[in-house]
Write a protein that binds this ligand. Structure first.
Ligand SMILES: NC(=O)c1ccc[n+]([C@@H]2O[C@H](COP(=O)([O-])OP(=O)(O)OC[C@H]3O[C@@H](n4cnc5c(N)ncnc54)[C@H](OP(=O)(O)O)[C@@H]3O)[C@@H](O)[C@H]2O)c1
Length: 211
């Protein structure tokens, strides 16, 4: 697939890297050819394409948003026209002081993102763990895959994102509509507090058991 990344830091880079190595055409959205982050990304993977945000999004079938939450509005406004009708994978989380919910537990970040791009199919995914698990999600001692929960309103968009989740080695778990994003964001905060505050290993993921 043609996939564009807006933001390729701790979260975006490993996802972009794995997807490119799986054979997808991955384009990094970039406005500054001198960007140190871009240089570093290309040193690690020379097969990325690079284009302006507008060009990257215009030619993509799926767009990943992996920016600091506060940057979402500016980043999406820059591609407001091009992103219409596309699938947007929202990897962002609103995180407030002391790992509280950045929107006061009332509205999810992803619903806010959806309001910014009303004709785009927003799917929240790749948010419930720290970046370490996007770099490496292999847990060889277990015969179940780590779960990746995701949500969104559009079934077709979720099918596409669910397939990418599977390709990346996760067990995809569709948890429902975008109203579930608030709960995923709290799950993220649970993981962050367990790991970044309470000293649990970042090599910790959730698994789904069914019977
Ligand atoms: N870190 C984690 O473990 C983790 C886990 C799950 C979810 N998340 C969420 O994922 C998102 C990204 O986190 P991160 O840790 O990957 O951040 P990061 O390492 O700081 O990377 C942020 C990326 O966004 C880009 N960016 C910043 N402002 C932008 C703008 N206005 N327009 C376009 N691109 C912009 C940065 O590019 P420049 O460097 O060129 O500015 C960089 O590529 C956040 O919303 C975070 O809450 C983080």
């Amino acid at each position: 697939m043609k996939i564009a990344f807006i933001g390729y830091g701790q979260v975006g880079f490993p996802l972009a890297d794995h997807l490119q190595r799986l054979g997808h055409e991955v384009t990094l959205a970039n406005n500054d050819p001198q960007s140190e982050r871009l240089k570093q990304a290309l040193i690690k993977n020379a097969h990325f394409k690079v284009a302006t945000p507008k060009e990257a999004v215009k030619s993509a079938e799926v767009v990943f948003l992996a920016t600091p939450f506060q940057a979402n509005e500016v980043a999406l406004q820059a591609v407001a026209e091009e992103i219409q009708g596309k699938i947007l994978v929202d990897c962002t989380n609103p995180v407030g002081p002391n790992f509280s919910h950045g929107l006061n537990n009332v509205q999810s970040g992803s619903e806010m993102v959806q309001k910014l791009v009303p004709t785009t199919q927003v799917v929240k995914a790749f948010t419930i763990y720290g970046f370490e698990n996007f770099e490496n999600n292999v847990y060889p001692s277990y015969n179940v895959k780590p779960a990746m929960m995701y949500c969104g309103q559009d079934a077709a968009a979720k099918k596409v994102v669910g397939d990418l989740i599977t390709q990346l080695g996760w067990e995809p778990l569709d948890v429902g509509g975008l109203e579930q994003a608030l709960h995923l964001e709290h799950m993220t905060l649970l993981w962050i507090r367990m790991v970044r505050t309470n000293g649990n290993s970042p090599n910790t993921v959730w698994a789904m058991l069914k019977r």
